[in-house]
Design a protein around this ligand. Structure first.
Ligand code: F6R
Length: 610
């Protein structure tokens, strides 16, 4: 979703802003803009479309300056137009970039109109520009104070950065509900919504917390709270690797990230293999918390939710602990019954998905005592609001469609399952050795699945021309069918649905004819024979089947039943391996359809609005 970058330096900051915005492109956006203090004016350049178009427009007017802010916008309030693109300005004096949503913008807009302000956009952000201007010019406050007073009057979620024509030596920022960080340089400082935006300038960062106001100058940064009291925050050293932000030899980040899975899994597994299934994996205090819980409630969105659905099979079967899984946006708005000793587990790649964050807060408000977060981004909002955390070590995930985050989340969930099983006396030493061994072998098995790519590419040729597809799975592979359908629809725009195979004849079978490809996830497990009967039901209706099986599944191929076999049966971790072929199928089908794989239409990477 929207991204923010800003810089104050003794050099021209326009290249820093442009590079930062390019690094934020992965989040999804539809327009981009910068506002730069040129010495005599605040000059704004905004364009609908790619950052590169905005960059060219800035180069045409030779835009330069030592203080500036930039933004990539993903439209919420108001359409995709240049007028609605950020930065927003007030009277040429104040320029603002903003992530999040101002909930009381209608009310503020009316008030500001009464005060004589004229609005040129439909955005909630323009309200901030005029409100800050009101306190700055009419109230006689300096920029930082004007931002502080204005922010107290805004409700909703925001991260904002503001500059003023009369104050070329300062940038003011405020954070509530949306991530914002300050990057510390030598004689220059930066701000960004995401560390990747400033990583080539500095790795020393301060993550702002709720209600923080930052006064950012070339020579230093001062942090205060909403009342103006000074506050201290820890300085972190970001370990995000530049290589993970660059494409290298790949054509798309999604392709790169699919192929990075053996390493991402090995890195995530390493922390488990190091200590075994011990509570310490989840942080200090985990032993006490995990030994008291009587159930698990998983809350997440999208792909992360499907990781949770997979884990439910493990948690109940292996650890014998009751587990419910719910889409965060549903949970947060229903009158759920609190079970105080049920552990809330949130799963989020980004750690900033608004619905997941709000569901977590809601669960706590209902009386749930403990929350554990599974997250890929260090110091992000959701782990910070949780009692326990395990970080997946997938590295930066840039492609909008989640791939390596999903499979590494499965590892974290499997480790949680085994740790709970051990604490509850349900994991024999022999089983523990078996599972640790299975984890050790997993990156190799995933590599074997990746080697199936040429065969999957051939299947993708048949898929590319279709309008619809069905995905089927049973048991622990049903969530993999769901994930396969989600990947396909996200990046190819083919309408795809997933069902537990046993549900077929309760409705979806009516859709099956020769135009409906049916993908089946059918490794050799306890439900294999049942899946085989379900396949016969499809065959009998003329449906063309694409079966992902493993070596032991013993499927016979025929004209309309195509089979790709993963080379080994990996037992309990089989869902991780079977996630790979469905990712590859979606990726290659999208290539053939010519869609924008890394930035599918209408989607954003981190969903920080409802
Ligand atoms: C799908 C996808 C989304 C995310 C969802 C949750 O490929 O990426 O469905 O999984 O938006 O995002 P996180 O995990 O960041 O909370």
């Amino acid at each position: 979703m929207c991204g923010i970058v800003g810089a104050i330096a003794q050099r021209n900051v326009v290249p820093v802003l442009v590079e930062g915005l390019k690094r934020l492109e992965y989040r999804g956006y539809d327009s981009a803009g910068v506002a730069v203090h040129t010495g005599s004016a605040i000059t704004r350049v905004r364009r609908v479309g790619r950052v590169a178009e905005m960059e060219n427009a800035a180069a045409e007017i030779n835009l330069t300056g030592q203080l500036g802010i930039g933004h990539t916008r993903w439209a919420t309030h108001g359409g995709v137009t240049e007028y609605n693109a950020h930065p927003h300005v007030s009277h040429g004096q104040i320029a603002v970039v903003h992530n999040g949503i101002i909930e009381n913008h209608d009310e503020q807009r009316e008030r500001l109109k009464q005060l004589g302000y004229v609005f040129e956009s439909q955005t909630d952000t323009e309200v901030i520009a005029h409100l800050v201007h009101h306190y700055y010019k009419n109230g006689g406050l300096d920029l930082v104070e004007a931002v502080r007073v204005a922010s107290r009057e805004l409700s909703g979620a925001y991260a904002i950065a503001v500059i003023a024509l009369d104050q070329p030596d300062v940038m003011a920022c405020a954070r509530k509900g949306c991530p914002l960080l300050v990057g510390l340089g030598e004689g220059e400082n930066f701000i960004a919504s995401d560390v990747s935006a400033i990583i080539s300038s500095t790795r020393k960062v301060i993550f702002l917390e709720e209600g923080d106001i930052a006064e950012v100058r070339r020579e230093g940064v001062k942090l205060t709270d909403q009342q103006g009291q000074p506050i201290e925050r820890k300085i972190h050293f970001s370990d995000v690797s530049l290589a993970s932000l660059e494409l290298g030899p790949y054509s798309h980040f999604m392709q790169k990230e699919i192929h990075e899975q053996p390493k991402a899994l090995a890195d995530t597994i390493e922390q488990v293999l190091h200590d075994g299934f011990l509570p310490a994996l989840f942080g200090a205090g985990a032993s006490e918390i995990l030994s008291q819980i009587d159930g698990v409630q998983i809350l997440a969105c999208g792909t992360s939710y499907y990781a949770g659905l997979t884990a439910r099979y493990w948690l109940e079967a292996i650890a014998g602990i009751p587990c419910s899984v719910e889409v965060a946006s549903e949970y947060r708005y229903r009158d759920a019954v609190a079970r105080p000793n049920t552990l809330i587990v949130t799963i989020s790649q980004s750690g900033e998905t608004l619905d997941t964050m709000e569901a977590l807060k809601y669960a706590k408000s209902l009386g749930h005592k403990w929350a554990l977060s599974i997250c890929n981004v260090k110091e992000s909002a959701i782990p910070r609001a949780s009692d326990l955390v395990i970080y997946t070590r997938a590295g930066a995930e840039i492609g909008v469609a989640s791939t390596k985050a999903f499979t590494t989340q499965l590892i974290a969930l499997f480790a949680l399952t085994c740790t709970l099983a051990k604490l509850r006396g349900k994991l024999t030493a022999a089983r523990e050795t078996e599972y640790l061994d299975a984890l050790r072998q997993l990156p190799g098995s995933v590599q074997h699945a990746l080697n199936l790519e040429p065969q999957i590419r051939v299947w993708a040729e048949r898929f590319a021309g279709k309008d619809h597809a069905l995905f089927l799975g049973r048991g622990v592979h049903y969530p993999i069918a769901l994930e396969g359908a989600l990947k396909l629809k996200e990046i190819t725009y083919i309408h795809a649905e997933a069902y537990p195979a046993g549900e077929l004849k309760h409705g979806p079978l009516a859709l099956v004819d020769e135009n409906m490809p049916v993908v089946v996830i059918a490794p050799n497990d306890a439900l294999l024979e049942k899946v085989k009967s379900n396949i016969q039901e499809v065959r009998a209706r003329g449906g063309e089947m694409f079966v992902f099986a493993d070596l032991d599944s013993h499927f016979s191929e025929s004209e309309a039943v195509h089979v790709i076999r993963t080379p080994r049966h990996v037992g309990v971790l089989s869902p991780v391996v079977h996630a790979i072929p469905v990712q590859l199928l979606a990726y290659h089908s999208a290539l053939m359809r010519g869609t924008d794989v890394d930035k599918p239409r209408n989607l954003a990477k981190s969903v920080t609005v409802e």
